[in-house]
Design a protein around this ligand. Structure first.
Ligand code: TYD
Length: 205
């Protein structure tokens, strides 16, 4: 394989991105692909600052929060995504700039401006947008994970975030219905990937 591919998993909290991403990575590796799994917020200095804000978002303004996500992403793109693509890897990222447009958009920033501030970030070849209702997400997070919702995960906020995700017109987005058994969702994801590999003429082995 001589060309890298960038695939982003997106969607509101609780849609199963972090379950589905490793399943896809394992599948692609079985096909002989070189895969890099990564995520945002990263574990770098800006990502750590963002995680520290999870429990108390009011410490910073939406604009300051947006700046932190942009700094984290700049570093992620420069240090991880671009080098991996240059080596011909398939990069799977758990969240990318569509999350910023949706979440910081829901917090009051302008989504079009957010997209425009990402001229440094390569456009993904495919965005797997996992969809389900915020009610389903909240139930999953509470019942299955036994987690308390953090500030990012309040249902009212999720409604706004979901509406923004639903409004994005980008041609690279494939919507995958996520309120189904893991294996069914995985199989829809595989279908989308196989179509991408054919369209791009990519062969892993
Ligand atoms: P999440 O993927 O849920 O990470 P974790 O599983 O480690 O909690 O992301 C954390 C939160 O950050 C999530 O609620 C969405 C939010 N977020 C933004 O608001 N903007 C962004 O640009 C990104 C990448 C995430």
């Amino acid at each position: 394989m001589n060309t890298g591919l960038l695939i982003a998993f997106e969607g509101i909290d609780g849609t199963g991105k972090s379950t589905q991403l490793p399943l896809l990575a394992a599948y692609l590796r079985r096909q002989g692909c070189v895969v890099v799994e990564t995520r945002e917020p990263t574990s770098g200095p800006y990502g750590q600052q963002i995680r520290a804000l999870y429990q108390n978002r009011n410490q910073v303004s939406p604009e300051q929060e947006l700046d932190l996500f942009l700094l984290d992403r700049r570093q992620h793109v420069a240090e991880c995504i671009l080098p991996a693509l240059a080596q011909g890897a398939i990069v799977l990222t758990d969240r990318y700039y569509f999350s910023t447009a949706a979440y910081q958009g829901a917090a009051g920033c302008d989504p079009a401006t957010i997209f425009a501030r990402h001229d440094f970030a390569p456009e993904p070849d495919l965005v797997l947008l996992l969809t389900q209702t915020p009610v389903e997400s909240v139930a999953r997070i509470r019942d299955l994970r036994g987690e308390k919702l953090n500030d990012f995960e309040q249902q009212e906020q999720l409604e706004k975030v979901a509406a923004l995700f639903a409004s994005f017109p980008h041609g690279c987005i494939v919507r995958i219905h996520a309120a189904r058994p893991v294996a069914e969702v995985h199989s829809s994801i595989r279908e989308a990937i196989l179509q991408l590999l054919v369209t791009k003429g990519v062969r892993c082995s």
